[in-house]
Design a protein around this ligand. Structure first.
Ligand SMILES: NC(=O)c1ccc[n+]([C@@H]2O[C@H](COP(=O)([O-])OP(=O)(O)OC[C@H]3O[C@@H](n4cnc5c(N)ncnc54)[C@H](OP(=O)(O)O)[C@@H]3O)[C@@H](O)[C@H]2O)c1
Length: 200
């Protein structure tokens, strides 16, 4: 599949490398084109499916640069978190409670099939859940059932067993609001190699 990964940070490059290793064609999107990367617009317009792995506070602008017409009705996998570092550490959330970044993106791009997922663990775990010894979960939010099935198929191909479909895109509020505890766990544990598990 032709997949655009918007974002040149650790998440974007890790996701892109995993997809390439699986035989997908991948374009990494950035503000500027260069060696091994395309503009957000050139990556998004070419792709059949798009990952948003841009900085949360810049995601709407990055997606505007990609362009609503180029994004169209494509599946848009949103991994970004609405973190605000302007007051230092720990960051706060610039949208929360009765709204979320996933919803802001879905409202701005109403035709796109936004699926929020993978935003609650580090990038190494995203593409290799087996690196953790114990069972653990990935959450998923989105309005389009077919899009969620397609994204779940990608996640399963990466080894995910516990994919928790929480419901429509408003459920992204909950997973984005896990970030304050995720960040505190990072400090408490002294490393970032952990994830959440729903025990039943
Ligand atoms: N790091 C993690 O382990 C982790 C885990 C879960 C979720 N996330 C989320 O995943 C996303 C990516 O995280 P990351 O650590 O890989 O990278 P990041 O540093 O948060 O984001 C890097 C990307 O954001 C783009 N960007 C930054 N400022 C911009 C602006 N003003 N306008 C347009 N684009 C801008 C950059 O564009 P250029 O390419 O042009 O520089 C780059 O592609 C974030 O939303 C983060 O919260 C991260």
């Amino acid at each position: 599949m032709k997949i655009a990964v918007l974002g040149t940070g650790v998440v974007g490059t890790t996701i892109a490398a995993k997809l390439v290793s699986q035989g997908h064609e991948v374009r990494i999107g950035s503000r500027t084109a260069g060696t091994g990367k395309f503009t957000f617009a050139d990556a998004a317009g070419w792709a059949e499916l798009i990952f948003n792995a841009t900085k949360g506070e810049a995601s709407l602008n990055a997606l505007r640069a990609a362009g609503a017409e180029r994004i169209g009705t494509k599946i848009l996998v949103d991994i970004a978190n609405p973190l605000d570092f302007s007051k230092g550490m720990p960051p706060t959330l610039f949208v929360k409670d009765d709204d979320s970044l996933g919803e802001l993106i879905q409202r701005e791009f109403p035709k796109a099939r936004v699926v929020k997922t993978l935003n609650t663990m580090n990038s190494a775990i995203m593409v290799d859940p087996g690196r953790l010894k114990e069972e653990h979960d990935v959450f998923m939010s989105g309005n389009d059932a077919v899009a969620k099935e397609a994204v779940a198929a990608i996640l399963k191909s990466w080894g995910w067993k516990y994919i928790r479909d929480l419901g429509d895109i408003t459920t992204a509020r909950g997973t984005e609001m896990l970030l304050p505890i995720w960040i505190r766990l990072w400090a408490a544990l002294g490393h970032a190699d952990y994830n959440f598990h729903i025990a039943m």
